[in-house]
Ligand binder design. Structure first.
Ligand code: DSN
Length: 427
């Protein structure tokens, strides 16, 4: 049950007056985000500027179409907002073309299918339980039912992408599209290796960099742009923007991408989100963002080292990026039990399958953690021993049912969080 007891912060006066019940929920969420150690690697804190942009009157406007080619009048300002966002995306990532209209990552990836494949065509991506994404042709997704998904994985001995398998599968299946990238990949993605295979197979290569977009923008992960046909990304993970997405493409694919997003799949773009994306891209182009991206990676490396020192098994033995995938089998605690106990301790993670997991996705062996949010709060490598220690104590307490320890950790976490206020939240 959500704790609604804390006093509301006074900074949503209209909302509080009009709908106190909803305002109380927002206030409770603000407090939760302020007091907890948020380790879900796909989450972050946006800046106050991004938050403000996403709550503007731009949301009152319909603008189906693209700048200069709309189906509604009154686009004097909206066109400029979207042009600013696309120009900033192209400049930041060095892309020929950018489309900032996809509502989020899944519609963006569906648009990619619409642009390059016909229903029933073969598409290839990493299997979801290996670290891929639903929308890369996984069976329960529309991308795996309307299209024929074939899937690659990681090597059981190393936890690294099995490029022999990728190549064999690509040459045997000749997929229309190959996706690289995913949601639980702790290691650097070798875009050049994928590009060579896609070239041999005659496939369109798509890099889904949703998780690492901020690292790419900040120079802390190699860019896919020189190697791939299309880049798909959400804007709200390491990139620290609003919930939204972008597609970037080589010039030759620009028309196909735009047509697939609108009118192929969507109606009017969410202009308030477009504005907030533009702000986030502006922030990501500043020198401080490079420091942020490198700090995210340094923190994850330090945290991984501390966890390994405490006897945890990490998929692939560690991390190169913002994400750590922990296999808790040797700790004798299922991932879901650990995740729920850590949540009670004020440490927010998600339970996750690990490659070759003998358990079910809704009750898997692992948890997935990452450092984007804690880095946004200014935590550094010298804090990672404490974070690892809390996780260690929390996982042990999960096994033994020691609620007192979980409550103690929650208080310790809240103290550290109070000393490191999060961007965008009321102090
Ligand atoms: N749900 C996202 C994540 O948590 O990684 C991927 O879509």
């Amino acid at each position: 049950m959500t704790d609604l007891s804390p006093a509301l912060p006074p900074h949503h006066p209209a909302l509080s007056a009009a709908d106190p019940e909803l305002a109380a929920l927002v206030g409770a969420e603000e407090r939760l985000q302020a007091e907890t150690l948020r380790l879900i690697p796909s989450e972050n804190y946006v800046s106050g500027a991004v938050l403000e942009a996403s709550g503007t009157v731009l949301q009152n406007k319909y603008s189906e179409g693209y700048p200069g080619r709309r189906y509604y009048e009154g686009q004097q300002n909206i066109d400029r907002v979207e042009l600013l966002a696309t120009a900033r995306a192209k400049a930041l990532f060095g892309a020929d073309h950018a489309n900032v209209q996809p509502y989020s990552g899944s519609p963006a990836n569906l648009a990619v299918h619409l642009a390059f494949a016909e229903p029933g065509d073969t598409v290839m991506g990493m299997a979801l339980p290996m670290g891929g994404h639903l929308t890369h042709g996984w069976g329960v997704s529309a991308t795996g039912t309307w299209f024929r998904g074939v899937q690659y994985g990681v090597r059981p001995d190393t936890g690294l992408i099995d490029f022999d398998q990728v190549r064999d599968l690509a040459l045997a299946e000749r997929p229309r599209i190959i996706f690289c990238g995913g949601t639980a990949l702790p290691r650097t993605i070798d875009f050049a290796a994928f590009a060579e295979i896609a070239r041999e197979a005659g496939s369109v290569l798509v890099a889904d960099i949703a998780h690492i977009a901020g690292l790419v923008a900040g120079g802390a992960h190699p860019s896919p742009v020189p190697h791939v046909d299309v880049v798909s990304t959400t804007t709200h993970k390491t990139l620290r923007g609003p919930r939204g997405a972008m597609l970037m493409a080589r010039e030759e694919h620009a028309k196909a991408i735009d047509k697939a997003v609108f009118p192929g799949l969507q109606g009017g773009p969410h202009n308030q989100t477009t504005a907030a994306i533009a702000v986030a891209l502006h922030e990501a182009a500043q020198p401080a963002f490079r420091d942020y991206a490198h700090a995210v990676v340094a923190n994850a490396g330090a945290l991984a080292a501390e966890l390994l020192a405490r006897g945890f098994d990490l998929v692939s033995g560690g991390t190169d990026n913002h994400l750590i995938l922990m296999d808790l089998t040797s700790k004798d605690v299922p991932g879901k039990v650990a995740a729920k106990a850590l949540d009670r301790a004020g440490i927010v993670v998600n339970y996750n399958t690990v490659p070759y997991d003998p358990r079910k996705p809704f009750d898997p062996s692992g948890i997935r953690i990452g450092t984007p949010s804690l880095t946004s709060r200014g935590l550094g490598t010298d804090h990672m021993a404490a974070v690892a220690e809390w996780i260690d104590r929390g996982v042990t307490a999960a096994r033994t049912g020691d609620e007192d320890t979980l409550a103690k950790i929650r208080a310790e976490v809240a103290d550290l969080m109070a000393a490191h206020p999060a961007p965008g939240l009321p102090v």
